[in-house]
Design a protein around this ligand. Structure first.
Ligand code: ZN
Length: 124
């Protein structure tokens, strides 16, 4: 059985090599706009980024997409990327679940039972 070599691509955010299928493809169109290429078949200059919220956040902070494609603003691409990541992670993207995280941290105070055992006076 022959071992098939999986295509590897580098994430523009964390610069690690990953399987192509684990990465989202970004494409710069002819009009200069950058978008997420869900099909992986869009024409234009492409780059890859992890389908990872941390990577997307890092890229947004450091303007990695702008630098990679030499564009002034790739805000739309970040939004699309976030949506693509959410869709990949949750499956159903059309289900905005309200995040009502009510964490009632009940920390009971430790009851330190200090028993002062005083010796009773002994009557001899
Ligand atoms: Zn990455």
């Amino acid at each position: 059985m022959k071992q098939k070599k999986k295509p590897q691509r580098m994430c523009i955010s964390c610069r690690s090599m990953k399987n192509k299928m684990d990465l989202a493809r970004l494409v710069k169109a002819q009009d200069g706009s950058v978008a997420v290429d869900a099909t992986g078949k869009k024409p234009g200059r492409g780059a890859y980024i992890c389908k990872d919220p941390a990577c997307a956040e890092l890229a947004r902070k450091q303007r990695k997409i702008e630098r990679c494609f030499e564009v002034s603003d790739a805000g739309g691409a970040y939004a699309e990327l976030s949506a693509a990541i959410a869709a990949a992670a949750g499956g159903a993207a059309t289900d905005p679940a309200p995040s009502a995280a009510t964490s009632a941290a009940t920390s009971p105070a430790p009851s330190t039972a200090t028993s002062t055992a005083a010796d009773p006076p002994q009557d001899i």
